[in-house]
Each structure stands twice: as structure tokens, then as C-alpha cells.
Write a protein that binds this ligand. Structure first.
Ligand SMILES: [Mn+2]
Length: 266
């Protein structure tokens, strides 16, 4: 049997990530991948995005995850892009360039990056190789009959009708140098709360009917907010929307835990 895990929204908190992966039995005390055990049991781990911003060492998180991917069997560790990857890449590509639009406010990736916890050190240490690698990562995944995404939004379907189509269309847009195209990617991936409230279960149900999976697993919106508690008291993910959505953002940047969630748990 294959065990499948997911973790999201690390936001530069490398030490919380490495401690949480070790506690989950996925890495050894030195942080090396042990996910494929001696008993031959396969393990997969999904990172649901937001390595960067708000915390001290986003670049360290990226480097650590890339190293783990190199250690692990092919396909055992995968990542999805979060809106903060889009923001970091947009900052790297476009900086202070203004985004043309009809309103009167001045829009630039630099302004949004600064407002959303952007870290100078991450930008300074980001390499062309990191950028090229990130640009090839997808937005959506499906594993253990669960639909995996960063943001709790239905905006992903603006890119297509299937997971493959959404990933390939968005992937092509990420390889464009059009700042307006990039701004729209940032806008879509930053929207949230689509599965909350009275209409949430229906939105989740429709999205699952379109894209597959028995439930949605997402990060991006801190679970503790939904529960009305301080993130430091959070102990696990939150299943809501009639059981159709599982929020796994523990709020690591806001004093909460880095949740490593087994999606194949009984
Ligand atoms: Mn996010």
C-alpha cells in the first residue's frame, strides 16, 4: 500500500518543516528522505506551495525540498505552486514595473511582494536554475483519490476543464513574459474561501465533479482562523464543506504548526 502525505504553507520556516517531516517518519534525524522504508512500503509526499515570504528562509525551504526530491525515488515527492511562488517569481521577473489596468491604483509585483511578506534575502539568493525549476511545477494534482491544490478557490477552472489542461495552460502562461498574464495568475491563485460558508459544499462538489477526487485538499487559508482559535493551539487539519474539503495550512508563519497530513490515513 502506498501512503500519501501533504504539507503546505511553510513560508520560510525551514526548521518547523524539517522537524515535522522527521516526526512524521518521512526523514531521518539528519533530514534525509526515508519515505521508502525497508519493508518496501512506498510513500509519496506533496508540497502544496508557499515556500516563500512571511518567514525567514524561503530559499532554504526551496533548496531543502529540491534536495529531498533528488534523494527520493522518481515521483515520490512533488510540489504544487502556491500564490507566493507566483509572487516571488513575478518579483524576480518584473520587479517595480507597473501593471497596466483600468483602475487608478498603482500595481506592481514589488508592491504586492512587499505587502505580503516578501524577503529580500530570498530574492537575492534565488537563481536562474531555481526559477526555471519552479516555472515547470504544476498547480493541481490528484493522488489517493483526492484533488490537491494550493488555494481554496475555484478559479483554477479558468485555465481548463481537466487537471492536465489546467496545468498545461497555466504552465504555458508562466513561460510568457507578459506582466498582465502574470498578474492574472497571481490574482486567481490568491483568491480564497470558496469552500466556506453556505455555498461552499456545492462549489466543492462541482469542482470535484469536474476535476476528479472524492475531496479537496488545500492550503493557503489558515485553519485556526476557521476554528476561531490561535494557531499555536492547532493540532491537526480541518475537514469541512460536508467533508469535501480538507484545510491543512497550520499557519506556520503565525505561530502555528507545520502540519504533515497523511491523506491515506483511516
Ligand atoms: Mn497562499
Amino acid at each position: 500500500m502506498t501512503r500519501v502525505f501533504a504539507v503546505s504553507d511553510i513560508h520560510g520556516h525551514l526548521e518547523k518543516l524539517t522537524a515535522a517531516l522527521h516526526a512524521a517518519g518521512l526523514t531521518d534525524a539528519d533530514g534525509n528522505w526515508t519515505g521508502t522504508g525497508a519493508d518496501g512500503e512506498d510513500t509519496r509526499l506533496w508540497f502544496l506551495g508557499d515556500f516563500f515570504d512571511r518567514g525567514p528562509d524561503g530559499i532554504g525551504v526551496l533548496r531543502y525540498v529540491r534536495g529531498l526530491i533528488d534523494q527520493a525515488p522518481e515521483g515520490a515527492i512533488r510540489m504544487l505552486l502556491g500564490n507566493h511562488e507566483i509572487l516571488a517569481l513575478g518579483m524576480y521577473k518584473f520587479g517595480e514595473t507597473f501593471v497596466p489596468h483600468d483602475g487608478i491604483t498603482l500595481r506592481s509585483f514589488e508592491r504586492s511582494w512587499a505587502l505580503n511578506g516578501g524577503q529580500d534575502r530570498d530574492q537575492e539568493l534565488l537563481t536562474d536554475d531555481d526559477v526555471a525549476w519552479l516555472l515547470d511545477q504544476p498547480l493541481l494534482g490528484l493522488d489517493a483519490d483526492q484533488l490537491l491544490m494550493h488555494s481554496d478557490t475555484a478559479e483554477y477552472v479558468e485555465w481548463g476543464d481537466t487537471i492536465d489542461q489546467i496545468n498545461s495552460t497555466a504552465g504555458a502562461e508562466l513561460h510568457s513574459d507578459d506582466i498582465e498574464v502574470w498578474w492574472e495568475i497571481w490574482r486567481r491563485t490568491t483568491s480564497r474561501y470558496a469552500f466556506r460558508g453556505p455555498t461552499g459544499p456545492e462549489v466543492a462538489r462541482i469542482l470535484l465533479q469536474h476535476l476528479g477526487g472524492r475531496r479537496i485538499v488545500h492550503g493557503h487559508s489558515i485553519v485556526a482562523d476557521q476554528l476561531g482559535i490561535d494557531p499555536q493551539f492547532l493540532t491537526g487539519p480541518y475537514l469541512y464543506a460536508d467533508g469535501l474539503a480538507l484545510g491543512i495550512d497550520g499557519g506556520a508563519f503565525d505561530g502555528g504548526p507545520c502540519l504533515v497530513v497523511e491523506l491515506t490515513a483511516k
